[in-house]
Design a protein around this ligand. Structure first.
Ligand SMILES: Nc1ncnc2c1ncn2[C@@H]1O[C@H](COP(=O)(O)OP(=O)(O)OP(=O)(O)O)[C@@H](O)[C@H]1O
Length: 587
């Protein structure tokens, strides 16, 4: 006894119980939200269990009527038997349809809720997770949580109705029989109790494997071009097989364990079944029960045993759901982006139309996690109507600077601000992000038409507005020649177009966003120098107050900049034409 208490105390101390409770409390918030639908679901499940119980009792009466013990009622009992059977048919059909409707609704809503929570998570924290892993958490784990939310309470109620009903019916008829049927309970309980830890480990590992598989598939499909270009098709096929084999191997090991448990509990159940059957036959032979009651005993003892194993199965199901809940909570408990500055950001956006925006880094230091700082005491300023260039060797911090300006990463020291003569200054955060348009390195086009891609940033943009920004980005000339014009499909990843064309489309889309600050991260690198210059000039004459910060390596762009900053060896410093020239020559 002392040992058992000590064991549970150590579990509580390890926080496992606390973790389990907090995961179920979290799921409880969804149960609370959908209590009405869950109540309907429970009612349907309970009515099915009650009808099952009723069928057994009517069947007893029917057998007694047929064997002559109560033959007066034979017609009415037969009608009742058929009636219950037909009602069960209708109730089951209705239950299946309604259950599907409810489960689809609850599943979808929980999934969208978790999806939106993940999207509003702080990017710095979220970027530590692999996309495939996040995809599995959004799909697989959410599915198991929403199933548990919807079905757990109804299952408990159904199981207890079957269990309690069968036990009461048997007690009323024969208490000894009821206790024989329950004799397997302690053995099943002890075996479940000992298998719990192992089962939890298996379930955890299985979820990890699923995440790895999703990550592998996602990364392979994303990098198809590279895989083909390097002749890695065979390598990836064999890797895919290895990943699959690993999960087959694991599934077999898990199945071996589960089979042992099933054989063991099945064997105990079988023994109890024989004992019940033997006892019922003995009572019939003694003449103390009718044929009907004997069949009732047998069917009740099997429901009692069946529902007892279902009660025990509730625990592993709860464990699996709690593991998935824990994996989702790990993401949803990451810091959220603050929304407190959003209103001020929007006010500044309105004012920016008249006065423009200045963006500044003042003595800013930044490091990724515990890594050495990317830069310390950095200063930078870009005013309204200016083009500011960022140069520096690869990997010195140009993209990092843009991420800080966007409020995706937060500086460890110093101030990163935007300011405007009427609103004053504001620290950079997710609230000031509406002031920026950003074109990162690499493709940012989505599948859909050109117009759909454009309207992502301005849903009500007219055709004329779209054509206007396409012209500014020097993209309309090639779109005009396409059969479907702006309704041409760009294909996934913008594969329909060349790199330079994709860059111009991305610039046009950013312009439609109408933000006062434009950040271009090598966003014109695939354009020829003449086009690059033309695009930048167009942007400034289209939006004279626009603040533009551009990372670049080419003199064509740098010659247009009002100021150029060099990022190197942990410092950001303003450089003159001569220093730019030296840097470009050294590069
Ligand atoms: N998420 C991250 N976690 C840890 N380190 C990072 C992360 N992102 C970038 N770094 C590191 O920060 C440094 C600056 O990277 P950054 O992408 O800002 O360089 P860059 O100047 O834009 O380079 P390039 O010209 O090659 O694009 C690099 O050493 C890089 O390895």
């Amino acid at each position: 006894m002392f040992k058992v208490l000590k064991h549970y105390y150590s579990r509580i101390k390890e926080g496992r119980l606390e973790e389990f409770i907090s995961q179920w409390l979290w799921m409880g918030s969804y149960i609370k939200r959908y209590w009405f639908l869950i109540a309907i679901y429970t009612f349907l499940g309970a009515s099915g269990s009650a009808l099952g119980l009723g069928t057994s009792m009517v069947s007893r009466n029917l057998i007694d009527a047929v064997t002559g013990q109560n033959s007066d009622n034979i017609v009415s009992v037969a009608c009742l038997y058929v009636g219950v059977g037909v009602s069960m048919l209708f109730i089951n059909a209705f239950k299946t349809r309604l259950s599907l409707k409810i489960s689809l609704k609850v599943n979808n809503e929980i999934r969208s809720d978790i999806f939106s929570q993940i999207l509003s998570t702080d990017w710095e924290s979220l970027s530590k997770y692999r996309t495939g892993d996040l995809m599995y958490r959004i799909n697989g784990d959410t599915m198991s949580v929403s199933n548990a939310v919807l079905t757990y309470i109804p299952n408990i109620v159904s199981v207890f109705i079957t269990f309690g009903g069968a036990f009461v019916v048997m007690l009323q008829n024969d208490a000894i029989m009821a206790f024989i049927a329950l004799a397997g309970a302690p053995i099943s309980f002890i075996s479940t109790r000992f298998s719990m830890r192992k089962m939890r480990e298996y379930q955890r590992k299985q979820l990890e494997l699923q995440s790895n598989k999703t990550t592998f598939n996602q990364e392979t499909l994303q990098n198809m071009q590279m895989i083909k270009a390097f002749g890695l098709v065979d390598y990836f096929i064999s890797e895919y097989k290895a990943v699959q084999e690993q999960s087959v191997e694991f599934a077999m090991t898990q199945n071996k364990f589960q089979s042992r448990m099933t054989v063991f509990t099945g064997f105990v159940g079988q023994l109890i079944g024989y004992a019940c059957y033997g006892y019922a036959v003995y009572r019939l032979w003694q003449g103390s029960v009718s044929y009907g009651t004997m069949t009732l005993f047998v069917s009740m003892s099997s429901s009692l045993r069946g529902s007892f194993s279902s009660v025990l199965n509730l625990l592993p199901t709860a464990m699996r759901a709690s593991l998935s809940a824990g994996r989702i909570m790990e993401i949803t408990s990451l810091p959220r982006e603050s929304i407190e500055d959003e209103e001020k950001g929007k006010t500044m956006l309105k004012e920016a139309v008249k006065t423009g925006i200045t963006v500044e880094l003042q003595d800013v230091s930044f490091a990724y996690g515990k890594n050495p700082p990317v830069f310390t005491k950095a200063n930078l300023r870009a005013g309204s109507g200016e083009i500011v260039g960022l140069i520096g060797p690869s990997g010195e911090g140009k993209t990092t600077t843009l991420r800080i300006l966007l409020g995706l990463y937060h500086c460890a020291a110093g101030r990163a601000i935007v300011s405007n003569p009427t609103v004053g200054s504001m620290s950079l955060s997710s609230g000031t992000r509406c002031l920026f348009s950003y074109i990162p390195q690499g493709n940012t086009l989505f599948s859909g038409t050109i117009a759909e891609n454009m309207r992502m940033l301005k849903p009500d943009a007219t055709k004329e507005e779209i054509i206007e920004v396409l012209k500014v980005a020097d993209a309309y000339r090639f779109i005009e020649s396409l059969d479907k014009g702006i309704d041409t499909d760009v294909f996934e990843g913008g594969n329909r177009f060349s790199e330079g064309q994709k860059q111009r489309l991305s610039i046009a889309r950013a312009l439609l966003h109408n933000a006062p600050i434009l950040l271009l991260d090598e966003a014109t690198s695939a354009l020829d120098m003449a086009t690059e210059k033309r695009v930048l000039k167009n942007i400034l004459s289209y939006r004279p107050l626009q603040t533009i910060i551009v990372t670049a390596h080419r003199p064509s762009v740098l010659s247009m900049c009002d100021r150029v900053y060099k990022i190197q060896s942990g410092h950001i410093e303003e450089v003159n034409e001569e220093q730019i020239q030296t840097f470009l020559e050294e590069g």
